[in-house]
Ligand binder design. Structure first.
Ligand code: ATP
Ligand code: MG
Length: 422
């Protein structure tokens, strides 16, 4: 990708009304565009990051055996009335609209009801189960406060998965496998250490739901963690009873600010009973399906990575999600020799399948370096008169600033050694 072709501009300052660090840096780097509070467009660099996160999530969901679908954004009022969740008093984030032909529709803030209803067309007997499905969806939620940048959108991308099982045991096994798969996602994007499976409220059937909470100063949530046991409790369920049940004391726990990156629920048979999702068991008896619901906040995760991996100069993307792996900066300053050499390096990297942002623009060195720091690609290569005189390319790691001169003959090997995706 040539930077001279990229239509997005970097900027020195973020919009005045943008208070969240993640959105400030992402807007300044040209990753996203702010339409209004809580509503952001994803531009070429931002979309690449989003797609990388989605790729990781998709791999882990497929490994669980989940099949990918896309449900609709417009939803039927009657369905949500059946489970008493249409009312704004019960669900305070609904966006709703009138159909010109008459009647009312809701904009999908969740897809639990529609998918349970849809499955009635595909589940007859015990032979049809279990079923696992997932999707990447733009959810619409009328959030009261949208001050956390892309971490709390009124429009945001979620990966939601649903499990349909024959009984408690089959359900429990899949639920536990999902916890592991979610943790693998968080480990792969670089936040495994800081992410805790957390006991939280909201269990429709069980007492607790499980949240995945990541430690971050700017997080909106507060949890209490036991680091050795890797056990965590959301403050909303922290009481004597919970402590006793989990076998820990308040003194052993550390209070930390976190962001919720995922949340999983066990519905038992409740939702299936409400919506009439049943199957015939081995004896031909009509039985309600066991249902689980699982969600990862894909765009929130992207915002969180910026919050956690950035410094005073800009973003420091973890390799697995970086928009591109290498930022090749040509400091030609009018020298056609340097220009040619940079072009050659660009082609060499492309031949080896390395994703490169090539700063081939005719701007000052200082501006190029500032943009490179802001955009945060893991490895920077500089081709200049100086590097050529020294017989190589200057390689700098964004994360720690470590720099060295690499002879061109060693370049590919050194890049691969640095852990670059190829
Ligand atoms: P929160 O408590 O933060 O409002 P929630 O409990 O309503 O979130 P869920 O319905 O469980 O969220 O959604 C699953 C995941 O989607 C959450 O764990 C979170 O990562 C993400 N998410 C929820 N709301 C938003 C939002 N407004 N913007 C971005 N991501 C969100
Ligand atoms: Mg939640």
């Amino acid at each position: 990708m040539r930077q001279s072709h990229l239509f997005t501009k970097t900027r020195k300052t973020a919009p005045k009304d943008e208070v969240a660090k993640n959105a400030q840096l992402l807007i300044r780097g040209g990753f996203i565009h702010k339409e209004m509070a809580g509503v952001y467009s994803y531009l070429p660099l931002g979309l690449r990051v989003l797609e990388n996160i989605k790729r990781i999530v998709r791999e882990e969901m497929s490994a669980l055996g989940a099949q990918e679908i896309i449900m609709t954004a417009l939803q039927r009022k009657e369905l949500w009335e059946t489970t008493s969740r249409w009312s704004d008093e019960v669900v305070d984030v609904w966006f709703k609209s009138q159909l010109r032909a008459g009647g009312e529709v809701g904009f999908g803030w969740s897809h639990e009801e529609p998918i349970a209803d849809m499955m009635r067309s595909h589940v007859d007997s015990f032979r049809d189960l279990p079923i696992f499905v997932h999707q990447f969806q733009t959810k619409l939620r009328n959030e009261l406060r949208a001050k956390s940048g892309i971490m709390r959108g009124r429009e945001f991308v979620m990966n939601d998965m649903y499990s349909f099982c024959r009984g408690e045991e089959e359900h429990a096994r899949f639920y536990d496998q999902t916890i592991e798969a979610y943790m693998r996602v968080f480990t792969r994007v670089g936040i495994g250490e800081d992410t805790f499976v957390t006991f939280a409220s909201g269990g429709a059937f069980t007492k607790f739901s499980h949240e995945f909470q990541t430690v971050t100063e700017t997080g909106e949530d507060v949890i209490y963690v036991h680091r050795e046991k890797r056990l965590a409790i959301n403050e909303e369920v922290l009481n004597d009873e919970t402590l006793r049940e989990l076998g820990v004391t308040r003194e052993e726990l550390q209070k930390v600010n976190t962001a919720e990156v995922g949340n999983i629920f066990n519905f038992g048979t409740q939702k299936s009973e409400d919506l009439g999702l049943v199957f015939k068991d081995e004896k031909g008896v009509s039985t309600p399906v066991w249902m689980g619901s699982y969600g990862i906040g894909v765009t929130r995760l992207m915002g969180l990575l910026v919050e956690k991996f950035s410094d005073e100069k800009g973003i420091v993307w973890p390799e697995e999600v970086a928009p591109l792996s290498v930022h090749l900066v040509s400091l030609a300053g009018g020298s056609s020799e340097v220009e040619k050499e940079a072009e050659r390096v660009y082609e060499l990297l492309a031949e080896h399948g390395i994703e490169v942002l090539f700063d081939d623009r005719d701007v000052r060195a200082g501006e190029k370096f500032a943009d490179s720091d802001l955009i945060g690609i893991p490895l920077r290569l500089v081709v200049s008169e100086k590097s050529m005189a020294e017989g190589g390319v200057e390689m700098t790691t964004r994360a720690n600033g470590a720099s060295s001169l690499v002879p061109e003959s060693n370049l590919i090997e050194r890049i691969k050694k640095a852990g670059v995706r190829v």
